[in-house]
Design a binder for this molecule. Sequence first.
Ligand SMILES: Cc1cc2nc3c(=O)[nH]c(=O)nc-3n(C[C@H](O)[C@H](O)[C@H](O)COP(=O)(O)OP(=O)(O)OC[C@H]3O[C@@H](n4cnc5c(N)ncnc54)[C@H](O)[C@@H]3O)c2cc1C
Ligand code: FES
Length: 263
Amino acid sequence: MLEQTVTIISQARDADAYFRLVLRAPQIAPLIQPGQFAHVRILPLKDALLRRPFSIFQAAGDTFSILYKNVGKGTDVLSRMRPGEELSVIAPLGHGFTVPPAGGDTPLLVAGGYGMAAMFLLAQRSPQKGIVFVGGRRRVDILCEADFAAIGWEVRVATEDGSHGEKGLVTQPLLAEIRNSKLKKRNYKLFACGPTPMLKAVGQIAEAHQLPCELSMDEHMCCGVGTCLTCVIPVKTGDSWEYQRTCTEGPVFDSRQIVWKTA
Ligand SMILES: Cc1cc2nc3c(=O)[nH]c(=O)nc-3n(C[C@H](O)[C@H](O)[C@H](O)COP(=O)(O)OP(=O)(O)OC[C@H]3O[C@@H](n4cnc5c(N)ncnc54)[C@H](O)[C@@H]3O)c2cc1C
Ligand code: FES
C-alpha cells in the first residue's frame, strides 16, 4: 500500500454518467490484485480531506484505471479533471478476489452497475474463462460488454426495463445457467460486486446450490486503511460472529461469512 500523487493520463466518458480515468502510477500499478481498490483524494475539491474509494478497473505497465459513475460532489469534480492534473491516491487497498486457477471451477462473475469495475481485472488475470452476468436498470448501466467479449468471456445481460438483454434482474440468467449446469455436471464458483440487495441474492443462490462464492461488499468508507471503523460489517467466525472492516479484511468476503441485516 502506497500513498502517492499520481497524474491523469486520460479521462473519457464511457456512457451516460460513467467515466474511465487512466492514471500514471509506476510504483502502485505492479502491486495491484483483482478486487482491490484505490482511495482517492480529489485535490481540486473544496473539502478535499475525505477520500473516495474506487475499485481498480485495469492495471497494466505503469498505469491503472478506474471506471466510475458521477453520483455526487466528489465524482462531479473528478469528471471535470483533465490529463496532466494530479490526484492523491492510497493504493492498492483491501483484500481482493481469489484468481480462479487453471482447471478449477468455472468462474461466473456477476456485476451490477459500477460493480463491473471490480470484475474486469479478475477476468483478465483468470486462466480459466467463464461467463459474466451484467445487470443494470437501463441499457446505459451495462458497462464493459465489449471489453469482456474481447478477452474471450461470454457475456449475458439483463436490464430491469428490458432495453438490453433479458428483461429483469441479473440473478435470473445466473440462476438459469446454474440450473442448466446440473445437466452438464459443471462446477461453478461465483464472484459478485454490485448493490447490496444483489450481493445478498447472489449469496443466497450460492448457498442454495452449494457453490463457493466471493462477494465484494459496498460499504461507506472514511479512512480506507482500517482505523476509523466506519466500514465494519458483521462476519461469522466459527459458531459466533464479529465486526470486520470492509476496507482491510474486505472488501471481498466468502459469502458464507456474511451476516445479512434483516430487511
Ligand atoms: C470498495 C468500494 C469500491 C467502489 N468502487 C467504485 C467504482 O469502481 N466505481 C464507482 O463509480 N463507485 C465506486 N464506489 C462508490 C464510490 O466510492 C462513491 O460513489 C463515491 O465515493 C461518491 O463520491 P461523491 O463525492 O461523488 O458522492 P457524495 O456526494 O459523497 O454522495 C453522493 C451519493 O453517492 C452515495 N455514495 C457515497 N459513497 C457510496 C458508496 N460507497 N456506495 C454507494 N453509494 C455511495 C451517497 O450515499 C450519495 O447518495 C466504491 C465504493 C467502495 C466502498
Ligand atoms: S474505512 Fe476506516 S476502518 Fe474501514
